[in-house]
Design a protein around this ligand. Structure first.
Ligand code: SAH
Length: 349
């Protein structure tokens, strides 16, 4: 019965409206959401405090599940990558990254990606379709089931496959469900949305909730960024940084997280490192350096450790807040930019 709507496509507010339209009290929507999001129960027949007619109405009118784990790979560092399959057969990947004091889930927002960044494996796939709100939210539901209890997912980053700001309607409803006290009840600052810089949508994103904004920078000149991130031809560096400089009011001076994938011979020169502080001046920011994770779809390679070190030293010397992101899960194709549904040799859990 594919025509029944999925409950997870509705924000709590809209779900209440739908229940009321059908003559049910609004609190019933909260109860159902509590079962699904707080207790992890999706089967209506197990929602024991709902009376039988209500459970039958739910069964007839709604569905509550749309993604199944097709494959699960576990990295030697504890990272878990799942391939999830949707009702139409579309596949997406989610990556769980357990750490000492937090467990981060990296979710996908699109099947493939239209941005075609030259160093990114997802970019090489091309774009198939947007994910629905339910498909985004359900990545959290499915992935918390594979966690060892009593851990729970503490952080969600929209850094999987796809460009979140080109699917903002679904992403914004999903954020609404993540932060809602009757659903996942996550603090907005535990959520990060990463974009290549779809300028007209950045303000709109931050108006939904004060989530963290990450921006994929990757270059210090338009000449290089035009090549790496084709969207730069539409929204060049000065335009991008101009918008971010004016964010202060909406973003409450919270830092912008800049991602900079270091690629040997392309964007890793000391001249690049020297240009960065001036470029980012006036934007409260943190810079995250990610040595390029190689994959078969790209000719690019990471710089040597010595080159990365020299790059870092210039930035630290200029007083920038900079971190080197240790890649997680690259043995199972789960590291940044490797998400392209590549079947790996790692044992399925
Ligand atoms: N489309 C959004 C969301 C994806 S985030 C965005 O690009 O921001 C994925 C992050 O991984 C981005 O910063 C991306 O530039 C980075 N990335 C992509 N391919 C990579 C690779 N091969 N090595 C390291 N980082 C990569």
């Amino acid at each position: 019965m594919p025509d029944r709507p999925n409950l997870k496509n509705y924000s709590l507010e809209r779900l209440r409206e739908r229940f009321v339209e059908d003559g049910l009290p609004a609190y019933r929507a909260d109860q159902v959401a509590g079962w699904i999001y707080q207790r992890g129960v999706e089967d209506f027949s197990e929602m024991t405090d709902l009376d039988r007619p209500l459970r039958e109405w739910l069964l007839e009118r709604w569905q509550s599940r749309c993604l199944e784990v097709d494959r699960l790979d576990r990295s030697t560092d504890g990272t878990l990558k799942a391939i999830l399959v949707a009702a139409d057969g579309a596949q997406v990947e989610s990556v769980l990254i357990p750490d000492a004091n937090r467990t981060t889930l990296c979710v996908s927002t699109q099947v493939g990606c239209a941005m075609a960044c030259t160093f990114c494996a997802t970019g090489a796939l091309g774009f198939t379709r947007n994910l629905t709100t339910a498909e985004i939210v359900e990545q959290v539901c499915r992935m918390r089931e594979v966690l060892d209890a009593p851990r729970s997912i503490t952080n969600v980053v929209f850094m999987g496959m796809g460009e979140p700001l080109l699917n903002l309607a679904a992403v914004s409803e999903a954020i609404g469900i993540l932060v809602h006290p009757k659903a996942f009840s996550m603090a907005p600052r535990r959520i990060t949305v990463s974009t290549v810089g779809v300028l007209p949508r950045i303000g709109e994103l931050l108006a939904i909730a004060p989530v963290n904004l990450a921006v994929s920078l990757h270059a210090t000149t338009d000449r290089v960024r035009d090549q790496l991130v084709p969207l730069n031809r539409r929204y060049p560096l000065e335009a991008l940084l101009g918008v971010l400089r004016r964010l202060d009011d909406v973003n409450h001076r919270r830092p912008v997280f800049f991602e900079y994938t270091l690629i040997e011979g392309v964007n890793d020169s000391l001249a690049d490192a020297r240009r960065l502080p001036a470029l980012l001046r006036g934007i409260p920011s943190k810079l995250n350096l990610i040595p390029m994770n190689p994959h078969p779809e790209s000719v690019h390679r990471p710089p040597s450790d010595a080159a990365i070190d020299a790059f870092l030293r210039v930035l630290a010397g200029a007083g920038m807040t900079v971190t080197l992101r240790r890649s997680r899960g690259d043995d199972i194709g789960a590291a940044c930019g490797q998400l392209a549904l590549r079947r790996t040799g790692a044992a399925a859990a």
